[in-house]
Design a protein around this ligand. Structure first.
Ligand code: ATP
Ligand code: MG
Length: 359
């Protein structure tokens, strides 16, 4: 945060598997977009934190790692996870604590049906699916509250507690309404299950009723999560902005990524709206060990995530240029990675986006 407005410091945690492959292309695309569309200097600070780093040092990041990260304007993240080390280390020492420590309470996940991308639903036109999911990122069902007793006996029990606070519900809902206000359809759908989860989701619904009153210009309603899952398949075009708890948001965004083509296209942002801490931008997909090292991962999810980062940093012209370049490359359909039915490489795809950005 200590940099001049013309120089932005970005921490890069490329991580494991396809993380470094796709992040390299995201950096190239961001550089090309900024050079042409938004005058600013980007400083990329590459941090080696990964499973390999863990195996060497015994931790995912050094003891002063969090302080070091805090000095950046944003974090660009690839993926962590490797079959040789349990997720409870890789993910639970780096990714989950980052969201909590840096209070990145908004997990923004757009889903858009680009022209040129095969849609598993019949008869959908490009742009017809265009939604933004605001997933609560710090509490709810993923709160680390619970316990396990009498392991491996017939009496074994587990308790997993969901934690909802009025403050936590209110701030994610306000973020969703603010975004909806700036979109043409101005519509918010709140995802609930208060008919079964009476306390936590009961509070969620009560807060939603309060918050929506402050946004009379936005259409808003509540929908049960099971009905929402059906509607995302039957009529995804009816959704604009969705606000959901941690677990429901996670599940529904995999669904919305699937109906808009490939996981290789799904981008996300973990935002601290107060800007007290850096926000983090990452593709929705993981390290994909099954295809890692072969240079065939689709880099577009990472490139679109870098676009979300530029937007957050105030470089909106460069951000929009990235979206347009990705849309143009997909619509043209000449360069396609295997997940999109082609046989091009990660670098081919990166080259195509950079070329589109350079006009
Ligand atoms: P995580 O636990 O981190 O979510 P995962 O192993 O559950 O990781 P992914 O790493 O996202 O899931 O991989 C799921 C599937 O999607 C794999 O078959 C992988 O090859 C494929 N996949 C993921 N990302 C991409 C990409 N960018 N391009 C092409 N295929 C991808
Ligand atoms: Mg996994």
């Amino acid at each position: 945060a200590a940099s001049s407005p013309s120089s932005l410091r970005i921490a890069v945690i490329a991580g494991d598997g396809i993380g470094p492959e796709v992040i390299e292309q995201a950096i190239r695309a961001a550089e090309a977009a900024v050079q042409r569309y938004s005058p600013a200097r980007l400083e990329w600070n590459r941090l080696p934190w990964s499973t390999a780093y863990y195996k060497k040092h015994g931790h995912m990041l050094p003891p002063d790692g969090w302080d070091l990260l805090r000095e950046h304007d944003a974090i660009l993240f690839g993926a962590v996870g490797d079959p040789s080390v349990p997720d409870r280390i890789t993910v639970h020492e780096l990714l989950l604590p980052m969201r909590r420590r840096f209070d990145q309470y908004v997990n923004l996940r757009p889903a858009y049906l680009f022209a040129g991308v095969p849609c598993p639903l019949v008869g959908k036109k490009p742009g017809e699916i265009d939604l933004l999911v605001f997933r609560e990122n710090t509490e709810g069902e993923y709160a680390p509250v619970g316990g396990r007793l009498y392991p491996e006996t017939p009496a074994e029990v587990a308790v997993q507690t969901a934690l909802f606070t009025r403050r936590g519900c209110e701030r994610i809902m306000r973020a969703a309404f603010e975004a909806a206000r700036r979109r043409p359809r101005k519509k918010v759908t709140s995802i609930t299950k208060s008919n079964a989860l009476i306390w936590g989701m009961g509070l969620w619904d009560a807060v939603f009723e309060d918050v929506r009153r402050d946004y009379p210009d936005v259409q808003s309603h509540s929908l049960l999560v099971d009905a929402a899952a059906m509607d995302l398949v039957r009529k995804p075009e009816t959704f604009d902005v969705i606000v959901a708890s941690n677990l429901f948001g996670d599940i529904l965004t995999d669904l919305s990524a699937a109906v808009t083509g490939s996981i290789g296209l799904a981008s996300s942002a973990n935002i601290n709206p107060t800007r007290e801490y850096p926000s983090m931008f990452e593709p929705v997909h993981g390290s994909a060990p099954d295809i890692a090292g072969r240079g065939i991962a689709n880099p577009l999810a990472a490139i679109l995530s870098a676009g979300l980062m530029l937007d957050h940093l105030g470089l909106s012209a460069a951000a929009e240029a990235i979206r347009q370049a990705v849309a143009a490359v997909l619509a043209e359909g000449k360069v396609r990675t295997p997940d999109l039915g082609g046989s091009h490489t990660t670098t081919d795809m990166g080259n195509a986006v950079v070329a589109a950005l350079q006009g």
